[in-house]
Design a protein around this ligand. Structure first.
Ligand SMILES: Cc1cc2nc3c(=O)[nH]c(=O)nc-3n(C[C@H](O)[C@H](O)[C@H](O)COP(=O)(O)OP(=O)(O)OC[C@H]3O[C@@H](n4cnc5c(N)ncnc54)[C@H](O)[C@@H]3O)c2cc1C
Length: 470
């Protein structure tokens, strides 16, 4: 057993791991904290669509860990974990070994292609900032090729995007591209109406088993109302991906959809490292106690997409992962103070979805849906508040407000969306001001904001929708 003076080691710098590290660092936790993560940048996954479209930029939603952790007491190690020895309390990485007193497992999940031939080679996953940027480059390249292609059949292939999977990521990506690509193509001198976005799904049901499933009607309406409507291929089991399309089985017939871009959002699998651990798992997620500790290794915590408390299962979302990270930090502190750890309470505050450029839906407490442009502003404002560092959060929120007011990242022209330009501009500016002023104030002066506005109920509403980052 390692002495208590060994560091607390956190594996994985996603929502669960990064929030654990930052909150520990802020809590007078006087033990070394090491965060081991394979990438150099944090991917704010709910806002990857904005990174793809250019509505938000890399520094905002794909920041470097070095910047996020500057001034904290967290040592960042960019390295790949290769194995974990829970009995020896040791982590092996590509470049060395780390002994620990406490360990946090926050390694998330990985994309799975369900052994579909060709998928790993030709389909583009969409789960990180790097992949969002790669997809953006690929799409630009396809549009340039299309504009130079006289052959209408080949042009049709180049301008068709197939998105595999009608879960939230597939739908949000489809809605974003159905607004964005016609605009990009128009700018090149092409005819935006030639763009085709096809959502391919194994079943007839969209958002099957997802926390957003009660938004189905809103989502279906939004998909029809994009700059180019999203097409569907339902009951289509993908059997092969090739360099120029998707082979699928529908009604017992094998068919082919020609497409120049294939994006894969269809499935996630457990992190293979965790499968090797001598602990109980449920569908590849580590079974944890209500305190998020492993039952047989109480010095080890697990959270986010890679963990599950079978008595109180939570969906694999960022909303759950960051709250668990904060709770683990509190429990780690209690452990070191020899106090008992406490069960973790997760507050589900409703859901948010992007349904196109400047369109979204905020589903508050499953009671109220705020849709359209106000839904979009609420969604972006709420997520930007979650950025895991208050200096970064303040900078990004003010940049976003300026962009919304001056419509800098407005890719879809109001004309194309059938709106009067000045009316749309004034409405956006007013809505952005109303929604963002409290967010910016809270990010800059949290105490003052709370004291001055508590009587209005606004701080409580925002705390429910997007808790402060400190
Ligand atoms: C496109 C997309 C959109 C989403 N939108 C939403 C949304 O709107 N709302 C919402 O609540 N949730 C959303 N989610 C889900 C949410 O992002 C995840 O539930 C959340 O990121 C889980 O956090 P995590 O910390 O458990 O895992 P992750 O965020 O996946 O982090 C795991 C980290 O571990 C690192 N890692 C893995 N293996 C190793 C290794 N061997 N060595 C070192 N490091 C390793 C990874 O690089 C990664 O940084 C979305 C997900 C995607 C992909």
């Amino acid at each position: 057993m390692q002495p208590a003076s060994y560091p607390t080691v956190i594996l994985g710098g996603g929502f669960a791991g990064l929030f654990t590290a930052l909150y520990l660092s802020q809590q007078n936790y006087f033990h070394p904290i090491i965060l081991i993560e394979q990438r150099d940048r944090f991917s704010f996954k709910p806002l990857l669509y904005e990174l793809l479209s250019g509505e938000l930029h890399s520094e905002q939603v794909y920041p470097r860990y070095k910047e996020l952790l500057a001034g904290s007491r967290v040592s960042f190690v960019q390295d790949t974990v290769q194995s974990i020895d829970l009995h020896q309390r040791r982590v092996n990485t590509a470049s060395g070994e780390f002994d620990y007193s406490n360990l946090v497992l926050a390694l998330g999940s990985k994309t799975t292609y369900f052994n579909t031939p060709g998928a790993a080679e030709y389909a583009m996953p969409f789960t990180s900032g790097q992949q969002a940027i790669a997809l953006r480059k690929h799409l630009h390249h396809r549009l340039y090729q299309a504009i130079q292609t006289p052959n209408p059949e080949h042009r049709r292939l180049l301008l068709t995007v197939a998105i595999i999977g009608a879960g939230p990521a597939g739908i949000e990506l489809a809605c974003t591209l159905a607004d964005l690509l016609p605009i990009w193509y128009d700018e090149l001198g092409g005819d935006g109406s030639e763009i085709r976005i096809v959502l391919v799904n194994r079943s007839r049901e969209i958002l099957k088993g997802d926390v957003n499933s009660n938004l189905r009607c809103t989502v279906q309406r939004a998909m029809k109302n994009r700059v180019v409507p999203v097409d569907f291929l339902f009951d289509a089991a993908v059997t092969k991906i090739t360099s120029d399309g998707v082979e699928y089985q529908q009604n017992e017939k094998t068919q082919m959809l020609q497409a120049g871009t294939i994006a894969w959002t269809a499935g996630t699998a457990p992190n293979p490292l965790l499968m090797e651990l001598p602990v109980t798992q449920k569908r590849g997620r580590l079974l944890v106690k209500p305190t998020l500790q492993l039952p047989d290794f109480l010095e080890v915590f697990a959270a986010g997409d890679c963990a599950i408390d079978s008595d109180n299962p939570q969906p694999p979302t960022a909303q759950v992962a960051y709250q668990q990270g904060i709770a683990i930090a509190q429990n780690l502190k209690r452990l070191r103070e020899t106090k008992p750890t406490i069960p973790v309470q997760i507050q589900m505050r409703g859901t948010l979805m992007k349904l196109g450029l400047n369109e979204g839906v905020a589903n508050l407490f499953n009671k109220l849906q705020i849709k359209g442009q106000p839904g979009h502003l609420m969604r972006q404002g709420a997520y930007l508040q979650l950025l895991p560092n208050s200096a970064h959060n303040f900078k990004v929120t003010t940049e976003w407000l300026t962009d919304e007011l001056f419509q800098r990242h407005r890719a879809a022209t109001p004309m194309q969306l059938g709106q009067t330009p000045w009316l749309s501009g004034v409405a956006t500016a007013a809505a952005a001001l109303i929604l963002a002023t409290p967010l910016v104030w809270r990010a800059a002066q949290p105490m003052q904001f709370q004291q001055n506005l508590i009587w209005t109920g606004v701080p409580t509403l925002l705390d429910h929708l997007a808790p402060p980052s400190r």
